[in-house]
Design a protein around this ligand. Structure first.
Ligand code: AMP
Length: 430
């Protein structure tokens, strides 16, 4: 079935009916209302598929029965350990179901000594994943719940998680291959947002890659989303959030929506084009929050097509309604793939490609400003506290304005030189 087939056709009025079905409650609501993941009872429109949160089930085991197939443990052959999850080991192996050919699978098992809640949380991943059916979402084969250990069986992704995979293959893919990966992730995310599912932890580490370079979105647990993520840090409001991947409104007041997933998607784009570089490098979480608030955005990675950096910047619009929706991202990437010439212009091309452009090495803010012929602002920089080159890396246009650099052309010149400082160290183009 195509995703489009499931898009609601007829609008339904707000708060029409409430129906009880399979132990969960589905409340009708305004279809224009923003899709939120953790709300009870999403409207079920004719012909549409909507994500049902497992917590809306009175009996969580019923959610498992509804969305995941029970597999007999004897049809699984565990071969080797490939990773560690929050609840236990992840292994690879084979699954042979009656009348079907044997397939490679990943097997997650729940370690012994678990509590009821841990079992529920562990299996919640299966009851979420089991609702999805899309080539860019990790596919659930089934669960083993009738004997121990309890297991979740998914398709096997030969190349593991995307961040590690990219680091291992630094610089080895064509731009079209990278855009193809990004297109796949965007397509999976469009499907999830159409279903009303908000991921909240979209990052390259949570994308899996198969042997054909197909990228699939994974990591759908309840407690494990964020709790399990080593990148997630506690915010002042007590929530645990992977700061570098999360939109300002989700950090500030937990406004998680498909638009905050789009912000995270922009960060994934940056991770992919930079082959697994850490977003905002070694900056602290607090500095990242501050820099973003001041208008700073990640510069284009090395050799990044200008159109891709523009797309990233649009995902990082402060106002979430200004960010593109996933369907627009998919069509934009499709157009780029169809017209590879559009990817030729690199964001930092003048720095990286023009051999006639002289470059000088600078070590102080004064030298740098002199080199780019902005020496008249030396005083302003030092009195605003920008005394080392490192300190200027995260300066924003609004900050420059406050310091008295009000001419747009001068701001542009300084900011583009800052960008080359961050990608090239102390070499600046003069
Ligand atoms: P997770 O608990 O889902 O984060 O999984 C831990 C690690 O196991 C991941 O980082 C992957 O390296 C590996 N892994 C998980 N699921 C799969 C899969 N379906 N195919 C291959 N490797 C997987």
């Amino acid at each position: 079935m195509r995703v489009e087939d499931r898009v609601p056709q007829a609008p339904v009025k707000a708060n029409q009916i409430e129906e009880r079905h399979c132990g969960y409650i589905k409340a009708k609501q305004d279809p224009d209302e923003e899709k939120m993941q953790f709300q009870h009872g999403r409207v079920k429109l004719p012909g549409s598929r909507t994500y049902i949160h497992p917590h809306t089930y009175e009996d969580p085991n019923q959610a498992i029965r509804d969305f995941a197939k029970e597999i007999d443990a004897s049809s699984i052959r565990i071969e080797r350990v490939i990773g560690a999850g929050e609840f236990g080991e992840v292994c690879s192996g084979r699954l042979r179901l009656q009348g079907k050919r044997e397939i490679y699978v990943a097997i997650k098992s729940l370690k012994a000594g678990y509590s009821d809640k841990q079992r529920r949380d562990f299996l919640s991943e299966a009851s979420i994943m089991g609702q999805f059916d899309h080539p860019n979402i990790i596919r659930l084969e089934g669960v083993v719940t009738r004997c121990k250990p309890v297991m979740i069986i998914t398709e096997f992704m030969e190349n593991g998680s995307l961040d590690t995979f990219l680091k291992k293959h630094d610089g080895q893919f064509t731009v079209i291959q990278l855009v193809g990966m990004l297109r796949g992730i965007a397509s999976g995310m469009k499907y999830l947002s159409d279903m009303g599912y908000v991921h909240r932890d979209l990052a390259a580490r949570n994308i899996l890659v198969n042997s054909n370079l197909v990228c699939k979105v994974s990591d759908f647990g309840l407690s494990r989303v964020l709790e399990d993520d080593p990148e997630a840090a506690y915010t002042t409001r007590g929530g645990k959030i992977p700061i570098r991947w999360t939109s300002p409104e989700a950090i500030a007041y937990r406004k998680f929506t498909s638009a905050s997933d789009v912000w995270s998607y922009g960060i994934v784009m940056w991770e992919v084009v930079s082959y697994g570089e850490r977003p905002y490098w070694e900056m602290s979480n607090q500095d990242v929050i501050k820099a973003i608030d001041e208008g700073y955005r990640l510069p284009a990675p090395m050799d990044c097509p200008v159109v891709l950096h523009q797309l990233m910047l649009s995902c990082w619009e402060k106002s979430r309604s200004d960010r593109p929706k996933f369907d627009i991202i998919v069509t934009t990437l499709d157009k780029l793939i169809r017209n590879p010439a559009s990817l030729r212009e690199l964001a930092n091309s003048s720095v990286w490609q023009d051999p006639t452009t002289p470059e000088v090495s600078v070590t102080t803010v004064e030298e740098w400003l002199e080199a780019i012929k902005m020496g008249q602002y030396k005083e302003s920089f030092s009195s605003a506290g920008y005394v080392t080159l490192d300190s200027v890396l995260y300066i924003s246009a609004s900050e420059l304005g406050k310091m008295g650099v009000t001419l747009a052309g001068h701001q542009k010149k300084i900011l583009s030189s800052v960008q080359s400082l961050s990608t090239q160290g102390t070499q600046v183009q003069v």
